[in-house]
Design a protein around this ligand. Structure first.
Ligand SMILES: [Zn+2]
Ligand SMILES: [Zn+2]
Length: 377
């Protein structure tokens, strides 16, 4: 599938285009065709800048193979138009755009593993195409792909109906946008993937935009010892604000954690995506402990775990974006936020207009911020 643009060019918008790997994003005018059957045109209100976007810019994302592409996948907005057959949302509805629009019919959906949906619409969305193998975006006659079927570094996006999760109209969309990726990944890794139980000890390695949400997920799960580890002191301060009971400037993690919880932590979450760090996090768990790899290591890297350590019933797990069921988990996160049990505001380091997206990307790259959020009028 190389991708073609289908339908009529219904409208146009400003979008940040990735035209060349490694190059700055370019603000350009992009034509947007009308939403097709089962599709929704959303006016984007806000979009967070995530590590996965940076990976795509660097040409290291296996799903960004065709350029130009509009990146951005952590977003919320207002429905502007719906395609034929759409019943879940209507124009004017406020929505968070989920990273995954499960089909509800494939074998994985039927087994309740909707985060692993293998339906056609999801499979094509991952590669930046609609279910019919085309895209709704073009620039100067050239086909433009939206990153994982979203492409929210743009004023508008055409997404699958199943990706639209309706939210209350009075909740701030610039904060709710964060639930779509960073928050659901971090909190979901704790509640869904590891299923941390009350009274547990939890180690979180890497306290950026996702790691902080692992910390607040651990608080929600009732963990009583939450150890935040990072190599940047200011991030540890922020982790305390999110509920970390202990902080360690990461050096010799097994020894540092062992000094706080004898024998090691019940749960460890590695959010760094660095195999050597994951190995240390794993070594910092006690027998019966569970380690979840949340950050994604670069392709081609291997993980070194002494096999003998798996005796003692240790578990090592991966997670697919917090193993989320968007229709269940995103409204839950919004509810928790509205009841003051989930801090979204403290995740936001800066709000910037689309024109400053390259500066925002640079800030995320420097690791200086939790989340930079692109906001639209
Ligand atoms: Zn993301
Ligand atoms: Zn499915």
């Amino acid at each position: 599938m190389t991708g073609t643009t289908a339908g009529t060019a219904g409208t146009s918008m400003r979008a940040a285009l990735l035209r060349e790997f490694g190059a700055p994003l370019e603000i350009a005018e992009v034509a947007v065709a009308d939403p097709g059957p089962g599709e929704v045109l959303v006016r984007i209100a806000a979009s967070g800048v995530c590590g996965s976007d940076l990976k795509a810019i660097d040409g290291k994302s296996p799903v960004v193979t065709h350029l130009p592409c509009v990146l951005g996948h952590e977003s919320a907005g207002v429905v502007e138009r719906t395609g034929p057959g759409v019943t879940a949302v209507k124009p004017g509805d406020h929505v968070v755009i989920a990273m995954n629009g499960p089909c509800g019919r494939c074998r994985n959906c039927a087994r309740g593993r909707v985060h692993l949906c293998s339906g056609r619409a999801r499979m094509t969305a991952i590669m930046g195409l609609m279910a019919d193998g085309t895209t709704r975006l073009s620039a100067g006659g050239e086909v433009v792909r939206p990153y994982i079927g979203i492409g929210s570094f743009a004023e508008k996006a055409v997404v699958g109906e199943a990706m639209c999760v309706k939210v209350a109209p009075d909740a701030p969309l610039d904060l709710l946008a964060l639930t779509a990726c960073g928050v659901v990944t971090g909190v979901g890794a704790v509640l869904n993937t590891a299923a941390v139980e009350p009274g547990s000890s939890v180690l979180v390695v890497g306290c950026g935009g996702v790691g902080l949400n692992v910390v607040q997920g651990a608080v929600l799960a009732g963990a009583t010892t939450i150890i935040a580890a990072d190599v940047v002191e200011s991030k540890l301060k922020l982790a305390e604000r999110f509920g970390a009971t202990h902080t360690v400037l990461a050096d010799d993690l097994p020894a540092q954690v062992g000094a706080i919880v004898r024998g090691g932590a019940d749960y460890a979450f590695d959010v760094t995506g660095v195999p050597e760090v994951l190995t240390k996090a794993f070594a910092a768990t006690q027998p019966g402990g569970t380690t979840v790899m949340v950050g994604s290591p670069a392709a081609g890297r291997n993980l070194e775990i002494p096999p003998g350590t798996l005796f003692g019933s240790r578990r090592l797990m991966g997670t697919q974006g917090g193993d989320a069921n968007p229709a269940r988990d995103l409204p839950l996160l919004v509810d928790l936020y509205r009841r003051g049990r989930l801090d979204l505001e403290a995740l936001v380091s800066e709000r910037v207009p689309l024109e400053e997206i390259n500066e925002a990307v640079a800030h995320v790259r420097e690791g200086a911020v939790a989340r930079s959020v692109i906001v639209f009028d």
